[in-house]
Design a protein around this ligand. Sequence first.
Ligand SMILES: *[C@@H]1O[C@H](CO)[C@@H](O)[C@H](O)[C@H]1NC(C)=O
Length: 301
Amino acid sequence: MAYSSSASPGLSLKFLSCLLVLGSLAIVASASNFYQDFDVSWGDGRAKILNNGELLTLSLDKASGSGFQSKHEYLFGKIDIQLKLVPGNSAGTVTAYYLSSQGPTHDEIDFEFLGNLSGDPYILHTNVFSQGKGNREQQFYLWFDPTADFHTYSILWNPQRIIFSVDGTPIREFKNSESIGVPFPKNQPMRIYSSLWNADDWATRGGLVKTDWTKAPFTASYRNFNANNACIWSSGSSSCDSKSPTSTTNNPHQWLSQELDSAGQEKMKWVQKNYMIYNYCTDTKRFPQGLPPECSNTNMS
Ligand SMILES: *[C@@H]1O[C@H](CO)[C@@H](O)[C@H](O)[C@H]1NC(C)=O
């Protein structure tokens, strides 16, 4: 009270604008920067970082595609990115965004976007590899046109589960089923990779529709990468171990034990009922000896 009566209005205005400046500095500091987090890994100039690091574009032409990879390796995280896919006739193109470790028994968590003719739907293809074994595909149509705007694609990876989400809507959960003998990705740190390439031998209608090279170059755009609270793995230790907070109210690593609440489960059911077009867990023709064991651990729902 003493403070407000003695402070002139001019002073408090200055104080306010100072706060505003500090606030916007904080926003700038936490904004995603592709220079800081990624390296362009291939494509001979076809991958470009633009707008001071705020935007990244990949392109594909007849000679080559392009790709980038994260500077850091991660062992668990909640990782978001916004992506705007190749517009128009994108048939034959594949835009991949995934986490992967190295070596013959590698782990991998995949989003792959299979292009299509103008106006025909993309397929969002997902897969999970653990210790070198994949064959766990689930495919979806999207409930929007992924080429018209940026949308957020997220991977939540903690020791109990992997949840794939689109604009905050969970589309797939892969649970840890180690108790029934299924390896789960949890010991191998992974890098984030993305690439745009030609796969017209299989991508669109199983390879029936080929890439129309007269429409090249094909371009996909990325922004707002966020792995701020993910666990960075470096020289055998995790960034999450050093800053384990004592208070649970402001724990930045809450995602480490996060699971789907009932609203999330309802949303996922809605997506799987209306937009899922392939599920390995129901493909009895493909697995005549019996469906993979993790499929009975509610990965079918
Ligand atoms: C492309 O469109 C066709 C026709 O609607 C559809 O059958 C197919 O699943 C779509 N997506 C891909 C990637 O082939």
